[in-house]
Design a protein around this ligand. Structure first.
Ligand SMILES: O=c1ccn([C@@H]2O[C@H](COP(=O)(O)OP(=O)(O)O)[C@@H](O)[C@H]2O)c(=O)[nH]1
Length: 411
């Protein structure tokens, strides 16, 4: 048993696993879980405090402690010996959060996403070995398989689990679950529980996943596009794929003002990008550039048109904040046409160009393109943009932790 495969069984009884036999049957038990998210743009730690009140039900999440560092592990690809350092700082947070008496039985797990998935396996392995050493030196419980690269399908399922757990939609009756849209630096995920069986009937195996919960098997529509995260999209759109070692070169794009040259870094490589002094600029031309990254790659799910509720987080949220579409602290609902309208404004009006967010035209245009020409969302589809739900980070990490506890034996 483990994380492999798309078939996750949540029906294991939490109580049997987590409730020490010596406790009276009605006593609540507090336990902790530490999950590292080794993302393409940063490494994050989530320290969860759970309360198991009823052994027959899902535990209640009491609290999350969250910290993050930049850059992500993949930036250390050519000096793996430095990769462990970022984790050490985050482990100190865990030691300050989990009571000392609980350290030995609190599991610490690290899952890496697109940044490491997209590296040559030997390079990713070197980085993970460094990480494993740091975890082994920590006072926490380091289970077998505690450090690995997670597959994209699980990333989508776990994010879906997190959001539906936090919004109270997981239960014997899963009728009103919400869909999720996650946009990382490297990859992007879409996951929802279809209303119609048709949606998952004729799709390839890597567009669906089965999981079991409360004695019922469900089939999710889920897919991770490995190279359609927002940073990978920038790199592909400017034509800089596989250009390591050419850091002197200035790529051209219609998504920047004519006489501007900017740069961004991803995976340890810096890319210099400028506007087209003689060529096109503005939304229309920028859209054509971004369309190349989406067309023929992103699949349209069968039933998106009549689905109503989708939660969108990660870079969907961050860029909506930069664009002034939502408030950073409150988040909020945005229609897909709002992304389009703001993308046009930012790309076409020089006065909207902000030096602190030079790539905003490109990023908003990509998001618009991904939602419309990619997934096929309608102009008036509402997306709930969220960073946190009930004070807990919207990410796959909580779902992965819950699933982890449902099969491992910790006593
Ligand atoms: O707990 C989390 C995890 C990620 N993010 C956001 O998710 C995006 C980055 O995704 P990541 O680097 O993990 O990309 P991936 O490796 O999945 O492509 C950034 O906007 C982060 O701020 C976040 O807000 N909270």
């Amino acid at each position: 048993q483990g994380y492999v495969g798309n078939d996750l069984d949540f029906s294991a009884n939490f109580g049997n696993i987590l409730h020490p036999v010596t406790r009276p049957a009605n006593a609540s038990r507090i336990f902790y879980g530490i999950m590292f998210d080794a993302g393409s743009t940063g490494t994050r730690i989530h320290i969860y405090t759970f309360i198991q009140k009823d052994p027959e039900r899902l535990p209640v999440l009491d609290n999350e402690m969250f910290h993050s560092t930049k850059p992500g592990l993949s930036a250390y690809v050519n000096r793996p010996e430095n990769a462990g350092h970022s984790l050490k700082q985050l482990l100190v947070v865990a030691m300050n959060t989990v009571p000392r008496v609980e350290w030995k039985r609190t599991p610490v797990v690290l899952r890496a996403t697109a940044g490491l998935r997209n590296l040559p396996p030997a390079k990713a392995h070197e980085l993970l070995e460094e990480v494993r050493e740091v975890l082994n030196d920590s006072p926490f419980f380091v289970p077998a398989d505690s450090v690995s690269v997670m597959n994209g399908t699980n990333e989508g399922i776990f994010a879906w689990l997190t959001i539906n757990f936090l919004t109270g939609h997981l239960g014997p009756n899963m009728k009103r679950t919400v869909g999720i849209l996650d946009l990382g630096g490297g990859s992007t995920q879409i996951t929802f529980l279809p209303k119609s069986e048709k949606t998952v009937e004729h799709v390839p195996a890597d567009y669906r996943a089965r999981f079991r919960m409360f004695s019922t098997t469900h089939v999710l529509y889920t897919h991770s596009y490995p190279k359609n995260g927002i940073k990978e999209a920038r790199i592909a759109a400017i034509g800089a794929l596989g250009s390591e070692g050419q850091e002197w070169k200035v790529y051209k794009t219609a998504c920047l003002p004519k006489n501007y040259i900017g740069e961004f870094s991803f995976g340890g490589v810096t890319y210099r990008v400028g506007g087209n002094p003689e060529g096109y600029t503005g939304y229309k031309s920028c859209y054509q550039e971004m369309l190349k990254v989406v067309k023929g790659v992103i699949q349209r799910p069968h039933e998106l048109k009549d689905r109503s509720v989708f939660y969108a987080f990660s870079y969907y949220f961050d860029h909506a904040v930069e664009a002034g579409l939502i408030d950073e602290n409150r988040g909020g609902a945005v229609r897909t046409r709002d992304f389009k309208k703001r993308a046009k404004e930012v790309c076409n009006r020089v006065t909207m160009f902000k030096l602190e967010h030079p790539f905003l035209c490109m990023d908003l245009t990509y998001i618009t393109c991904l939602l419309r020409d990619g997934y096929g969302f309608k102009e008036n589809t509402v997306l709930e943009l969220t960073k946190k739900v009930n004070n807990v980070e919207a990410s796959w990490a909580l779902g992965a932790t819950i699933s982890y506890f449902s099969y491992i034996k910790i006593l």
